[in-house]
Each structure stands twice: as structure tokens, then as C-alpha cells.
Design a binder for this molecule. Structure first.
Ligand SMILES: [Zn+2]
Length: 200
């Protein structure tokens, strides 16, 4: 049985009142339902092969936008998505599920890894199925492509570090490495090489 509040897709855990836990508690505490707007299906904006799910706060104001692939619009339409602190969440078959999990359908025991660590980015190119350990490794890598070290940067698509040196319109590239330190060394090697060439 579903909660009787309009648009709320949660399971009614309080059978006699026909209410989900959240609405039951609201009614007890405040004598009214506060989160009505939160339970309206989200607006979705499409542009090219991307689409944005507009997330709103309890007052119904836009708070965040979750990006998905346009081809997934149909799957998420009509559902209620909200920003749940660490992930975009919705209700599916009476249970709370993250948008990434809903789209990627990992097996039990597997987790969804957000390559760029942006939980609002739910495009499939950003989502990976993996273990908790793999996710922990991923979360240690920096949030963006820059390392703070000139010429050393993280390559999202490969999940590797690399380096490059740009001089006089020419770009010298290093290989891809697992660690920042290796890429930094490669960058210094490029600098040394290039300096030598200048002196010859
Ligand atoms: Zn409810």
C-alpha cells in the first residue's frame, strides 16, 4: 500500500493512517504535511543528448539540477527525485534508491562509482559499477582535472594521471600513470628534456 499523500510514492508503513514514515512523523509533529512539493514529479529539461532533472527544496524552489543522458528521460519521468545530501534519491518499488543505482542497476553488493565524484552527474559515461573498495580509491583522487601542479592532471576517461608540457606552441605529452607522483616525475622529465634541447 502506498502513502495517501498526493504524489508520495513511499510505502505506507503506518497502515491505519495510510502514511509513510516521513508523513506520519510530520503529521504528529506539525499537524500538517510539509513536504508536498517535494513529492511532485520533477520537471525535466532536455538539450541535445543531455537532460536535467530539476530538484527542488521543501518549498518547491529549484535547489539543484541532476544531469542524465537524454535517452534515460523516459525511465525517470513521473518519479520523484530529490537531493539527499550525498546523492540524488527517489522512490522505486516503495524503497529509496539513488538515481545512479536506478539507472545503472548494479548487482547486490556492488556500488555505483561516480568517476568525477559529482553525484549530480548521472550520465552513464560518469557511472561505473564496482566494489566499495574501488569507490574508496576513486574518492581519493581529486575532484577536478587539476592537481594544483602545473602540467599534471587527472584524466577522467582513463582514471589515470598524466602530464604535459607546452612550449612554443608544441605539446609534449607523458604516458598515463596510476599515481600523481609518477605523473609529476614524468612532467619534470619533460622539462629536463626540453631544456636540454634548447641548449643543443
Ligand atoms: Zn508519504
Amino acid at each position: 500500500m502506498k502513502c495517501k499523500v498526493d504524489g508520495c510514492a513511499r510505502k505506507a508503513e503506518y497502515i491505519t493512517q495510510q502514511l509513510c514514515r516521513a508523513h506520519y512523523q510530520q503529521l504528529r509533529k506539525h499537524g500538517a504535511f510539509l513536504m508536498k512539493d517535494k513529492f511532485k514529479p520533477n520537471k525535466i529539461v532536455k538539450r541535445g543528448d543531455k537532460a536535467w532533472i530539476i530538484l527542488t527544496d521543501a518549498k518547491g524552489m529549484e535547489s539543484e539540477r541532476a544531469v542524465i543522458d537524454a535517452e534515460d528521460i523516459e525511465r525517470v519521468t513521473g518519479m520523484v527525485w530529490f537531493w539527499g545530501q550525498t546523492a540524488v534519491q527517489g522512490t522505486y518499488k516503495g524503497k529509496t534508491i539513488s538515481l545512479g543505482r536506478f539507472l545503472l542497476r548494479p548487482r547486490k553488493g556492488q556500488v555505483v562509482i561516480y568517476r568525477d565524484k559529482d553525484y549530480l552527474n548521472n550520465r552513464k559515461s560518469n557511472l561505473l559499477k564496482g566494489t566499495k573498495q574501488q569507490r574508496a580509491v576513486n574518492s581519493k583522487t581529486p575532484l577536478n582535472n587539476t592537481s594544483g601542479q602545473k602540467g599534471v592532471y587527472w584524466v577522467k576517461g582513463r582514471s589515470k594521471w598524466t602530464a604535459k608540457l607546452q612550449k612554443k606552441g608544441k605539446v609534449y605529452r607523458a604516458k598515463y600513470y596510476d599515481t600523481f607522483e609518477e605523473a609529476l616525475e614524468a612532467r619534470q622529465e619533460l622539462e629536463r628534456k626540453h631544456q636540454k634541447n634548447l641548449m643543443l
